[in-house]
Write a protein that binds this ligand. Structure first.
Ligand code: ATP
Length: 359
């Protein structure tokens, strides 16, 4: 296992890039811990695959270095990087048994048979595949084949890192949850450094200790799932993470409050030092807005209510902007609930899209 350092990294596909926008990956300086489980999360085109390809050795960056531990691997080909990779589609040998497929990467390196056996059985047990170890891969479902690929990716203990490129794409939706949980358990048990690319926030949040959110060729935040939920560093993160994402509303600061169209929204005390009349955006997640008939609430007009099982998602008009409010199970939503209350402790303030640190 190794820590991974990305130093002054950038990549442009076109030769002679003229401006920052020509770079698919902009300036990156990060250290990812040895044994960490990282998810690279972001919308299509944000640069996830480019970064993964640079880490795996498929692509040499236009600028900067990649280190595994203290070793500069920037120009090393993939096969010399000592990594394992799991792709979107299963890579298995159909004519081999599940056992032999799982054992392959170890036998290939001359590992002793008893060590191979112990490791293969451990992995199979954790993936719930013990019963099919003797079966040929060709008769198995796509889900089972992808499980074998995951197992093969994790079977070697001595890899520097395991790279996963959207590995659950072909998995049946109801199996995804199980596999995510198994992957997490495998990480806990074996402690590999793992990098997992996805555009699916549920996958990222359940798999990773640290989620690396990318936007337009940059890492906009690296944090725990709780960090991303509670203190999105950038309005994009607030919007992208969550279902629906964070509400972002333009406001003006006066004292310890934000004002929207003259209506006061108190902020938490740590924002009391903000410059008066400063134009900001306030971010508040739908979970922390409450529809009410209380007169101290601010006026909203409910436009639509979606019942999503235990919760209701309310779409409302708030001074000409759409806000989302999540109402709890059993909440009755009538014409009388035409006010909204913000929870000051749960409001973040943003200037030019980046979070403003309070006191
Ligand atoms: P997706 O989730 O759709 O795979 P991504 O986040 O992995 O997207 P990349 O594939 O890394 O994003 O693409 C980042 C940017 O680089 C995009 O603007 C894309 O069009 C561009 N790009 C990617 N590969 C190439 C290439 N081979 N040549 C030129 N431009 C490319």
């Amino acid at each position: 296992m190794a820590k991974i350092t990305l130093s002054n990294l950038a990549h442009a596909y076109r030769p002679n890039p003229q401006s920052r926008s020509d770079f698919a990956l902009k300036q990156m300086d990060h250290v990812w811990d040895d044994g960490g489980a990282y998810a690279l999360l972001g919308p299509s085109g944000c640069g996830k695959t480019t970064l993964l390809n640079i880490i795996s050795g498929l692509l040499i960056p236009s600028q900067g270095k990649v280190l595994f531990g203290e070793v500069d691997v920037t120009r090393l080909p993939t096969e010399q990087r000592n990594i394992a990779q799991v792709f979107q589609f299963p890579v298995v040998y159909d004519t081999m048994t599940v056992y032999d497929n799982l054992a392959f990467p170890l036998r290939n390196r001359g590992t002793e048979a008893h060590l191979v056996d112990a490791r293969v059985r451990d992995i199979a047990r954790m993936l719930g595949m013990t019963d099919v170890l003797g079966k040929k891969a060709q008769g198995l479902t796509a889900d089972a084949k992808q499980k074998i690929s995951l197992g093969r990716g994790m079977v070697r203990e001595d890899v520097s890192a395991i790279l996963f490129d959207e590995p659950l794409t072909v998995i049946d939706p109801h199996m995804k949850w199980e596999l995510r949980t198994q992957l997490k358990a495998l990480h806990r048990e074996f402690g590999h450094t793992m990098i997992y690319v996805t555009h699916d926030q549920t996958e990222a949040l359940t798999f990773a200790d640290k989620v690396v959110v990318m936007y337009d060729g940059e890492v906009v935040q690296m944090g725990t799932p709780a960090d991303l939920f509670e203190r999105p560093a950038h309005t994009f993160v607030g919007y992208f993470i969550g279902s629906p994402g964070m509400n972002v509303l333009p406001a003006k600061i006066d004292g310890a409050s934000a004002y929207i169209e003259g209506c006061q929204i108190p902020l938490s005390r740590h924002y009391s030092g903000l410059e008066t009349a400063k134009t900001v955006e306030i971010g508040c997640r739908p979970e922390f807005l409450t529809l009410t008939d209380r007169p101290d609430g601010l006026p909203v007009q409910v436009r639509r209510v979606e019942d999503v099982g235990r919760l209701k998602i309310v779409r409302a008009d708030f001074f000409g902007r759409e806000v989302n409010i999540i109402a709890p199970e059993g909440a009755s939503i009538s014409d009388r609930q035409n006010r909204v209350v913000f929870d000051p402790a749960r409001i973040n303030v943003y200037a030019d899209s980046w979070i403003v640190e309070g006191k």
